[in-house]
Structures are given as structure tokens and as C-alpha cells.
Ligand binder design. Sequence first.
Ligand SMILES: [Zn+2]
Length: 439
Amino acid sequence: MKIPAPLWILAATVTLACNTSLAQKLSAPEAATVRAVDEGNAAAQSLLETIVNMNSGTFNIAGVSAVGKVLERELQGLGFKTTSINEEAVKRAPSLLAEHRGRRGGKRVLLIGHMDTVFEPTHPFQRLERNGNIITGPGVNDMKGGLVVMIAGLRALHGAGLLKDANISVFITADEEAAGETIESSRKDLIAAARNADVALSFEGVVVRDGLEYASTARRGSTQWKLHVKAKAAHSGSIFSKDTGDGAAFEMSRVLAQFHDTLREPNMTYSVGLALAGSQIKVQPDGNASVAGKGNIVPGEAMVIGDLRVLTPEQLTRVQEKMKAIATASLPGTQSALEFEQGYPPMAPTPGNIALLTELNGVNQSLGAPALQALDPMLRGAGDASFIAPFIDVLDGVGLAGEGSHTATENADLSRLPLQTKRTALLIHRLTRQSVRAR
Ligand SMILES: [Zn+2]
């Protein structure tokens, strides 16, 4: 339909007015930050190349420590006070804590990441290679690319004079890919940093699917469960009798069949990774196991090890209760006991986490950049953000986009680095400008 010119102009003006009233305009220092990101892009790329070419497989203590030193110098150069946190007790390289103190009453923002990769020095995948905008290399996506987004963003804020009033802490772990044991010990300083902050961003890569970008407001937690079955060992011919009962193998099967048939619900998965029945069952920490048995016996022992992944603490408690109730109703002559060992706590999709994504999309609007969606938690495993989520609001997945992490085709897209850095820098800035009412 042809619209007469004056009406068409009016319609266009109204649309424009609506858009600009929704989007908070960039302030002058914010615009300076955006320019500083573009000016610093070559330096950011070269920092990425430097740290990707330094091997930092989790068990390469010297290598992880050396990457930590590079990051420490970068943050010191921006006015952060750094602390190297000794992790010898859990047989890992030191973690890095960096703190920047600003105005009283401003929100304290915690930025987290990890400097280790899954590629040890013996792995053939060691160097960054570039093909146009696509780079491959160990950690380009998971997550040295994210560390560079973080540092390049802080550099730009520093250049625009926006760091001086800001309360920002950075915590970079040395062992995200293989957390030192015990978890309580290896994650206590990260949790302490979270307790000293009001809000957190985690720099794992933004996820791109079908051209849309996703950050994480929720991640499922993981819990290991073990089923121990005891029964009367006997000759096979006496099974199901009053004296012998049903044996450990049938009891184990009963429990697993009921788990299979009755537990399923949205956002939750459970799996069996190892199942044994017989006698003299031994399971080593590395997963190797041994068992004895024959066709003509009723087995006296069974053991099952499995995994449970849930979205919220309430879901965890509810499913654990259902599992225990199933285990308790043992067959004649048998007794089942179930134990749970929490790995990663769930990062639930709390209103606070979702508000952080809304805040980031406010930044996107100011930049004229596309909005990020919330990633389906079924599509991302557990990570360090999960440990701090019980204490503060967290948004994860604000690092450099890429694919193939944990494989020798791990890659990232350098053309996305400037926008990702601008978004993140401005989000950090706007968060630090907010006031904390009560603490
Ligand atoms: Zn990883």
C-alpha cells in the first residue's frame, strides 16, 4: 500500500522515537569505551595468541602458573591488587584473585574464568592457527578467548576513565577442567570471592545456534549416586526361597527398572555409568572395577554408580527423596542403600540471573546489537559458575563464541571479539554504577 508522504514520515518518526526511548543512549564515556575496544582489538588478539600458545593443561602446574603470571601483570597494569592463591594442598597451580576498589555503596562485580585447558603438553594440539577470522587452538573458546574478552573490556574501561570508581574482583581458577580434591577445598576461595561481591559474570563462550546468540542464566548441577546392595549369598537352586531370598542382582535390577520407569521429568537426567553384581566387588577411583561370580550362585553384593543432573536445589531434594524411597523397598532377603555425593550445585534460573541478561540486552540495545537469549540449560554442562550461584546472581556465557571445545578442532571467531568485548565492558560498567541498598 502506498502511504501519502506526510503520514509515512509521521509513522517513521513515531517508530524512531519508540526505539530511542526504550534504548538508553551511550554516555560519552561509554562511547569512549566502545572506541577504546576497537583501538585495542589488535592488542587483544595478540594477548590471545600469547596465552593460547602457552600450554596450560590442568596438570601442567608450571604452564598454568605461567599463564597466571601473564594475566596477573595485565590486571596489575589496570590498577588491580593481585593475590596468587596457593592450591598446592589440592595439587593444582595457583588461582588468581585481583581486586579493584572504587566508590563506597557501588555494586561489587565479580568476573570469573579459568586458565587451564584439557590439553596437556603431550597432546598434539598446542598452537593457535588462523584462517581468516577463524582461529583454532587449545582454549580459544574454552576459555582463553573469554579471558581476553574480560581483560580487553577492562582495558577499554580503564582507557575511558571508567575503572576508577568501580568495585571489581576477578577470580581465575587453575583447575576448572579437573577440579582439585576435595571440591570444598579447591573452591573455597572462589566462593569467598562470591560472598564478597554482589553480582557475577562468568566468561565461558557465548553460544551461537542458527545465527542467534545465547548466554546462560541457568546450568544444571551434577550429583553422583551410588547404590549398594547386600543379600544372602547362596546356591542358585535355593533362590526365591524363604531362607535365601531374591539375591543382589535382582534387587539391583528392581531399583534400576523403577528408576527407569518412574523418575523422568523436565530439566533432569539420570544415568547409570557402572553396574556390578556378584561378590568381592572392588571399584578403584579411576573407574576400573573387579567382581567375582558364576552362573550357579545367588550373588551377595551389587553396586551401581550413576549421575543425576538437575536444574534447582528443590528438584535435587525431591528427586533424591524419590530415589531413596525406591531403594528402601527392598526385595526379600536383600537390602539396598543409596548415597549421594554432590559435584556441581545447580545454578537455578533465578529472577536475579534473568535480570542480568535483561541488563545485558539493555546494553545491546544501546549498541544497536542483537539481543542474547537464555540458553536451554540442557545444552550446557556444569561449570565454575555453579559453585557461586547459590550465593549471588550470575550470568554465564559472556566470553568468545566458538565451537569444538575439548577437541582438537576447538575454534573461535575473531570477528565476534570486538562486539563481545564492548557488550561485556559496558555491562560491567553499568553494574558497577548501580547502588547496593542493603548488604
Ligand atoms: Zn571446558
